[in-house]
Design a protein around this ligand. Structure first.
Ligand code: ACM
Length: 261
């Protein structure tokens, strides 16, 4: 299976220009799954809820139309982030598209920093979606720091975690090795690059998008400050075997009766 990511450098608030950059970056690429960053078309550093609301869309808005176009072009399932509007609430969401279909959405459960001022926290459980016999789970950026996120997706049967991100802390790429190893899943962390200085905030996004294998091996690592695309071959069968050896199974050995959750 050919999977990969796009690491972009969005301009704040410039959806059309950001769509165009992605379109250029994926020119001539064919794949089965491509993950785009969190909020890849809007930028990240909002200074008010109104501003985020102005860039928000219903599920079937411009971003979903764009993702449908690039899915048709590349043949790939596409996962990417957007500001989702439902009634008066907005969510930091990610959607999965295949060809002309919206397969599903995920609303970020663990909001980071001032995201809590604009976004409502995700109000739906972690879910996986099966497309072309592959089970794909979605989480977004800061969800990585809660082991429960990747664990929930793995327990639901995810082969691959599509992890759209706008990372600003330096820990995630290393942590994902453990997340993948402890769950025997693949993960595609699609990050962005660049700096956004808006209001009182200045965020430097850390690039280094990463594809991590079920055994913790890093299969692809992007530069820290260049736009970048990578597509690699993986064999998802390995992620379906949760045994480490004859005696240890990552799921069957869990001792839930002794955990305080
Ligand atoms: C983050 O969750 N975007 C840091």
């Amino acid at each position: 299976m050919k999977v990969g990511y796009v690491q972009n450098s969005p301009l704040f608030g410039e959806k059309e220009k950001n769509f165009a950059q992605i379109e250029k970056l994926i020119d001539n690429i064919q794949a089965d799954l491509i993950v785009l960053p969190e909020l890849f078309a809007t930028g990240y550093t909002f200074i008010s809820k109104e501003e985020a609301l102005n860039l928000a869309e219903k599920i079937n808005g411009d971003t979903s139309i764009f993702l449908q176009q690039i899915s048709q072009k590349t043949g790939a399932i596409i996962v990417g982030g957007f500001v989702e509007k439902e009634g008066s609430k907005i969510y930091n969401s990610s959607m999965m598209i295949f060809k002309e279909k919206i397969i599903g959405t995920y609303r970020k459960i663990h909001l980071y920093n001032k995201e809590k001022m604009w976004f409502s926290p995700g109000n739906k459980q972690f879910m996986i979606y099966e497309v072309n016999n592959v089970k794909i789970g979605i989480m977004i950026c800061f969800d990585w720091i809660f082991p429960e996120s990747a664990r929930s997706l793995a327990l639901l049967g995810a082969d691959i975690i599509a992890h759209s991100a706008n990372l600003v802390l330096p820990y995630c790429q290393n942590a994902m090795k453990t997340r993948c190893l402890e769950n025997h899943v693949f993960a595609i962390t699609a990050n962005r690059i660049g700096t956004e200085e808006r209001g009182k905030d200045k965020f430097i996004f850390t690039g280094a998008s990463q594809i991590t294998a079920f055994d913790g091996e890093v299969l692809s690592s992007a530069p820290v400050s260049e736009v970048f695309v990578d597509i690699i071959d993986i064999d998802i069968k390995a992620a379906r075997n949760k045994s480490l050896n004859e005696f240890n199974n990552l799921f069957k050995d869990r001792r839930q009766e002794l955990y305080k959750l």
